[in-house]
Design a protein around this ligand. Structure first.
Ligand code: DGJ
Length: 568
């Protein structure tokens, strides 16, 4: 038990045990003195570095309440490890660690770290502090019950909502103290082992259903001048601002001083930008307090905007594409602004967030067959540092493959995410290397209507066309199909993917010479290395004219090595 931030003996003994015992047993103890997990620019990408090496998060986020009970978690850990996850995203609630003001209890946190270590998994902890999906339902009872001391977001008729107001320094400082204690505890118990590799600060913040807080403190801030830190950031970064944001500012005269409505115009979107600044600066203080104790990479996550919805119908003030510059100016202690992508246009949302200075991390998204296809896209085309379907503890094999059976009777299908992660984890060293050089790319066909997509990599252009089943193929496993290309030589690619597709190859320079397939070999990962299987020709590669990807590839642990040649 920890009281007032000080470690008492039983907890100290447990911490020591966790550090020297379990960590070593599963090979998570890095050599002494290895720096804490961090983000680092390597070649053309930014990567997460864990124990001195690049790391790709093949993750999954638990349902919101699972991590509150260590007993509930006990059977879940090994299932997640068996699905080839390397990282679990697990909530830690303010109400759990500080049930009484100033008295901390890290029993559940310690148990989560232990459970992860025993199953050779890393953790991203999700700080459910002041806000979770706009609400403040995870704050301790002593905060919940005292609305005088801990003021709320109010509606225009002066009524409190169940959301702490970001305009209160008392709210912010109480959250920051709790978060700092958590980070101090993680440093003390995990600072040499690095089971915890990253932290999410709050969860899907913003205001709903109004476009902004209408409390007296919020109204005063709204009519006051836009803070100088923001206007000078906008001036200094004008050329690099997100185009929509810059256009909105400039359409209103590009003013460098004035109230929020003077600078950005009178609209609900201005309310959204205003809330963004105050959420960002509040969360920045919480994150900075935590980083002062233990500087792990930290991010915030965004609930995205459905088409045609207005601020307040979506989380007004969240880290959305149009307010990214406000968040970056207001929250320099936050390393990443990350999208929770449940909407259909997965690739477009990835591209909106994978911006210079904001490496992509996808903390929440769909699992199942859609997730499997999206994972290949995200690692290949937008160099994500991690991918993480939500509700991973109930990822359901049967539901993901209604009525489908494996083409190969010897190997029943696993969960599609597990199969995709098996392939991606085996390819991981190559993926991480190629993310730094750009010799990697992928496409995703997002719905039945999208028949084909093209990608150029090196001297070749690949066309990936959705294919219907032919005898011997696996059943189509969903509307999404993806293909990942890793260039391993001037004329050679490793190809993996999800779904049935035909891949044809052409020269990136139009005209002669003609590109032909020299060979296609299937490869399987055995005994820690890739070994060749069949040389595929004839019916198996459309008489030498195409590579055929099957929806069964990941389940079979199969990738392809394709060699091309040119002729006149
Ligand atoms: C998004 C939230 O961030 C998660 O915590 C969870 O509530 C999911 N929505 C549920 O779909």
């Amino acid at each position: 038990m920890i009281s007032n931030g000080r470690l008492e003996w039983p907890a100290f003994a447990l911490a020591l045990l966790m550090l020297i015992g379990v960590g070593q047993a599963i090979g998570q103890t890095p050599p002494t003195g290895v720096a804490a997990p961090r983000l680092e620019k390597r070649g053309i990408s930014s990567q997460l570095i864990v124990d001195g090496k690049p790391f790709l998060i093949l993750g999954g986020e638990l349902h919101n309440s699972s991590s509150s009970s260590l007993a509930y978690m006990r059977p879940i850990w090994p299932r997640l490890a068996a699905m080839h996850l390397n990282t679990v995203l697990a909530p830690v609630a303010w109400e759990t660690i500080e049930p009484e003001e100033g008295k901390f209890d890290f029993g559940v946190v310690d148990g989560l770290i232990q459970g992860a270590r025993q199953n050779n998994l890393r953790l991203v902890l999700l700080w459910f502090g002041s806000w979770k999906n706009t609400y403040s339902s995870y704050v301790p009872a002593w905060v919940k019950g005292n609305t005088e001391r801990f003021p709320r977001v109010q509606t225009s008729d002066g009524r409190n909502t169940e959301r702490l107001s970001p305009f209160s320094a008392t709210n912010r400082d109480a959250d920051a103290r709790a978060f700092a204690s958590l980070m101090q505890h993680i440093r003390e118990t995990d600072g040499d082992v690095h089971t915890v590799i990253m932290v999410q600060v709050e969860n899907e913040v913003g205001v709903i259903p109004d476009s902004r807080d209408r409390s007296a403190a919020a109204n005063a801030a709204f009519t006051a001048a836009v803070p100088l830190e923001l206007t000078s950031y906008m001036q200094h970064h004008r050329a690099a601002l997100v185009p929509d944001f810059r256009a909105m500012w400039e359409a209103n005269g590009g003013k460098t001083s004035g109230s929020w409505e003077e600078v950005f115009g009178r609209s609900a979107l201005t309310d959204d930008l205003f809330m963004s600044w105050y959420y960002a600066t509040y969360i920045n203080r919480v994150a900075a307090a935590g980083k002062a104790e233990y500087p792990l990479p930290m991010y915030v996550n965004a609930a995205l905007i459905r088409p045609n919805s207005q601020p307040g119908q979506y989380n007004s003030g969240g880290p959305l594409p149009h307010s990214m510059d406000i968040w970056r100016a207001g929250a320099p202690s936050i390393d990443l602004l990350s999208p929770d992508i449940y909407l259909d246009d997965f690739a477009a949302w990835c591209q909106k967030y994978a911006r210079p200075g904001n490496p992509l991390f996808i903390p929440e998204t769909r699992g199942g067959a859609d997730g499997a296809a999206n994972a290949f896209y995200a690692v290949g085309q937008v160099s994500t540092i991690g991918f993480s379907p939500f509700g991973i503890d109930s990822e359901d094999t049967a539901a993901a493959f209604p009525g489908a059976e494996s083409g190969n009777k010897e190997k029943p299908r696993g969960a599609p995410i597990g199969d995709a992660y098996a392939t991606l984890s085996r390819l991981m060293p190559l993926i991480l290397e190629k993310q730094t050089t750009g010799e990697i790319g992928s496409v995703v066909l997002e719905g039945e209507a999208q028949r084909a997509a093209r990608i150029s990599l090196g001297d070749y252009t690949m066309t990936v066309t959705r294919s219907v089943n032919v005898p011997g193929d696996a059943p189509a496993i969903g509307a999404r199909t993806s293909a990942l290309f890793l260039q391993t030589g001037p004329n050679e690619y490793i190809v993996a993917g999800s779904g049935n597709a035909l891949v044809t190859f052409a020269s990136s320079t139009p005209g002669l010479p003609i590109v032909g397939i020299e060979s296609v070999d299937e490869e399987f990962f055995e005994g820690g290395q890739w070994v060749p299987g069949r040389r595929l020709n004839g019916d198996e590669n459309s008489q030498g004219q195409a590579l055929r990807l099957s929806g069964d590839d990941s389940a079979q642990g199969r990738v392809y090595r394709v060699r091309l040649y040119r002729y006149k």
